[in-house]
Design a protein around this ligand. Structure first.
Ligand code: SAM
Ligand code: SF4
Length: 325
């Protein structure tokens, strides 16, 4: 099958699949404190997830990232991973997971053995009180989860969303904590994808402000050339690589190679698309692979330029916890 290329010449190689919109955390920058969960029956079953994943792999998708909500809340998570692992013979090269890690400790070995190649763990603060203020949950199980993943030999990367007035004062502490443990870290600019009306532009800490805060504390910072990854790499003190995802201040839309599938099977070609293509619904209505494939190609072709072209909040009900980051 033909690879998925949009009308701006960007070929898609990565797919994020949200396995559930449910989450045991309530990160204030991600979702409302009392979200309306999607009806359970509308969530894709494992067979449906694997059928759509196979279709995307046939179209040249090489990397799949499982996300949520919190993927660990999905009871059949390990079986989903095993199913994806089986797509390697059809061209899939990497299976990743983004998680808050609070429930991963007892399952770290099982998930690595099932086929997860690497994990991104969200950690916005190392101070327990600040972590609680941002996520409305406790940090201890997350730190246990990170330790368990390391003990299982997993590749782990940390993600921290930086929100002014919350954890902007924690940037250097978090960086030094990650450096001491040789854990890669990426700071993420706060994007307008949380509860409607919650995001404020002045709460965004830009990449430039983050770098200034790090330099002010005496670290030597050198910008590295940007590759295919959305994060700009920065070398710290000559030996540690920090990434910064600057979607708001310096969008990377021109090289975007990602697609996103929500837990109900809506295909979003951009985090900021106002509408998705309802693949899950069409599949349940009886569409065969050829028809689904035509819908995917159409949605990808129509992918617009991205956040760079239309900055600011999007008028839609789908927030970050439904989209999967
Ligand atoms: N629950 C998992 C987790 O927290 O890692 C996976 C889902 S979460 C929606 C995926 C990623 O989106 C996390 O790294 C989270 O920090 C990030 N995220 C959520 N809301 C965001 C926002 N408003 N701006 C930037 N990143 C955000
Ligand atoms: Fe849950 Fe992840 Fe959103 Fe936090 S960022 S509320 S852990 S989905």
């Amino acid at each position: 099958m033909l690879p998925l290329t949009d009308s701006h010449g960007r070929t898609k190689r990565k797919l994020r699949i949200s396995l559930t919109d449910r989450c045991n955390f309530r990160c204030t920058y991600c979702m409302p404190e009392h979200p309306d969960w999607l009806p359970r029956a509308s969530l894709l079953t494992r067979d449906e997830v694997l059928r759509l994943a196979g279709l995307f792999v046939a179209h040249g998708i090489e990397q799949i990232r499982l996300t949520g909500g919190e993927p660990l809340l999905r009871r059949d998570l390990t079986e989903c991973v095993r199913g994806l692992d089986g797509l390697r013979e059809r061209g899939l090269r990497r299976v990743s997971m983004t998680t808050n890690a609070s429930r991963i400790a007892p399952r770290a070995v099982e998930l690595v053995e099932a086929g997860v190649d690497d994990f991104n763990v969200s950690l916005d603060a190392v101070d327990a009180d600040l972590f609680r203020r941002m996520t409305l949950r406790e940090i201890a199980p997350v730190l246990d989860g990170i330790e368990a993943l390391a003990a299982a030999g997993a590749r782990v990367k940390l993600n921290a969303v930086v929100v002014r007035g919350d954890n902007d004062g924690e940037i250097v502490r978090l960086l030094e904590w990650a450096m001491e443990r040789h854990l890669p870290l990426r700071f993420i600019e706060y994007m307008p994808l949380d509860a409607p009306g919650h995001w404020r532009r002045d709460a965004v800490v830009s990449e430039a402000d983050m770098i200034a805060a790090i330099e002010k504390r005496g670290h030597v910072v050198e910008r590295q050339p940007r590759g295919a990854d959305p994060a700009t790499p920065w070398r710290i003190d000559g030996h540690y690589e920090l990434g910064i995802i600057s979607t708001v201040s310096n969008p990377f839309c021109s090289t975007c190679d990602r697609l996103r599938l929500t837990a109900t099977g809506e295909l979003f070609t951009c985090l900021f698309s106002p509408v998705g293509m309802p693949l899950g619904k069409r599949m349940r209505d009886g569409a065969d692979d050829e028809a689904l494939s035509a819908l995917v190609r159409k949605a990808v072709w129509l992918k617009d330029a991205g956040y760079a072209a239309r900055p600011g909040p999007v008028a839609r009900a789908t927030t970050m916890h439904t989209m999967g980051g």
